[in-house]
Design a protein around this ligand. Structure first.
Ligand code: FAS
Ligand code: PHB
Length: 389
């Protein structure tokens, strides 16, 4: 098989890139390791920056999002049993959209189907070849039969554990990492959300987050030790701990129910530089990971895809390679701003026992500043709604 751009990974990055390339008349093939059902079963991000909303609409993917998504003009921060609202619209001039990554991915697959796009599911042993040569190509096996795709470019949209980043010679990559000493235990429940907007809670016992997917589907998280195991967290223990960490008024009105999904994710900050090697581009989680505290992971994938699409469209339309040359530097500038913000939200809101009472007081002072300072609130709001592309 031959195509112009071979995309490794059928998650949000790969599918959005395929859609944008299609709209620019550029051929692509998506090679995905898992089946579509498996990909769509993942419960991931919940908040879209307004820039992501605008790009999904421009890509013809906004209809269901605008029908079923929820525009949120603010978020709530809570500490010491007190909460205050950050007015995103007033401080940063834009809201955010609450619309789950699962739904975004479902819409992206529907767009591939409508366009007759090729998504190869069940690809095993994907390998990238001749990335710095004249004949880049991808090999994999499908139902035990070896396959090859020749292409002009390869987009590594295959997430943190994918093959693309590992295909760059070790000496050509610099990586930057911070692993946090805790994880998030997340629960999805068919219960009405505890409030109309998200609540990010700092507490001596640990961080908690109250989010949602719709008026009948709630998403909650609590900070847990790295060694935490799901079997130690029956639903009742989760709900009791969540109620301890959020303000009393929210704890008294929260409606609990059986967890229909429960998972623990480790938190890390990770960036690989550069995001390009020869004919290979690294996109989304393949290049960087942020702790979900800032709701940036999915949104960074969208901005990487935006920059790469612009670069490839200019190349195929005008033979102009400037965007390709500057893709990595352009994407990384926004990646590091979101990485910093996600690190700051994580260090401000989570419990770090090793930081001692001094660290606890610094966090309380930071939150006090956020409650009283318009400048501090504006800085948070501008980053939360998303910096300009
Ligand atoms: P993805 O990992 O989504 O997609 C990569 C795709 O490549 C997958 O479908 C995978 O099957 C495929 N693949 C991997 N290796 C392959 C190979 N060798 N060959 C072919 N295909 C291969 N972000 C937030 O903003 N908020 C959150 O709350 C949040 N929670 C998260 C929870 C978890 C457990 C994880 C892992 C991430 C979370 N994220 C969150 C971040 C997440 O939303 C990512 O940023 C987003 O999925 C990035 O999309 P992709 O870059 O497409 O990577
Ligand atoms: C979610 O709804 O899953 C969610 C929302 C905001 C975050 C992280 C996760 O910061």
């Amino acid at each position: 098989m031959r195509t112009q751009v071979c995309i490794i990974g059928g998650g949000p990055s790969g599918l959005l890139l395929a859609q944008l390339l299609h709209l620019s008349g550029i051929e692509s093939v998506v090679v995905e390791r898992h089946g579509r059902t498996h990909v769509l079963a993942r419960i991931r991000a919940g908040v879209l920056e307004w820039g992501s909303v605008e790009r999904l609409r421009a890509a013809g993917l906004g209809a269901r999002m605008d029908r079923e998504g929820f525009v949120h003009g603010g978020i709530h921060l809570a500490a010491q049993n007190r909460s205050f609202r950050i007015d995103l619209q007033a401080r940063a001039g834009r809201p955010v959209m609450v619309y789950g990554q699962t739904e975004v991915t479902r819409d992206l697959y529907a767009a591939r189907d409508a366009a007759g796009g090729t998504v190869i599911h069940g690809a095993e042993g994907v390998a990238l070849h001749d990335l710095d040569g004249a004949r880049p190509h991808v090999t994999y096996s499908l139902d035990g039969v070896g396959q090859r795709i020749d292409c002009d470019f390869v987009a590594g949209c295959d997430g943190f554990h994918g093959v693309a980043r590992r295909s760059v010679p070790a000496g050509a990559l610099r990586t930057f990492e911070r692993v946090y000493p805790f994880g998030w235990l997340g629960v999805l429940s068919e219960t009405p959300p505890v409030g109309d907007e998200l609540i990010y809670a700092h507490h001596d016992r640990g961080f908690a987050l109250c989010s949602m997917r719709n008026r009948r589907l709630s998403r909650y998280y609590i900070q847990v030790p790295l060694e935490a195991r799901l079997e130690a967290w029956p639903d009742s223990a989760f709900w009791d701990e969540l109620r301890r960490r959020i303000p009393t008024d929210a704890a008294e009105r929260i409606e609990t129910g059986p967890a229909i999904e429960k998972s623990i994710v480790a938190l890390r900050s990770f960036v690989a530089e550069p995001m390009r090697w020869g004919r290979l581009f690294l996109v989304g989680d393949a290049a960087h990971i942020v702790p979900p505290t800032g709701a940036k992971g999915l949104n960074l994938a969208v901005s990487d895809v935006h920059y790469l699409h612009q670069a490839l469209a200019a190349f195929y339309r005008d033979g102009e390679a400037g965007g390709i040359e500057t893709y990595s530097a352009t994407a990384l500038r926004r990646v590091w701003k979101a990485t910093r913000f996600s690190w700051w939200m994580t260090t401000t809101l989570h419990r770090f026992p090793e930081a001692g009472n001094f660290g606890q007081r610094i966090q309380e002072s930071e939150l006090d500043d956020l409650e009283t300072s318009a400048t501090a609130q504006t800085a948070l709001a501008e980053n939360y709604v998303g910096l300009p592309f």
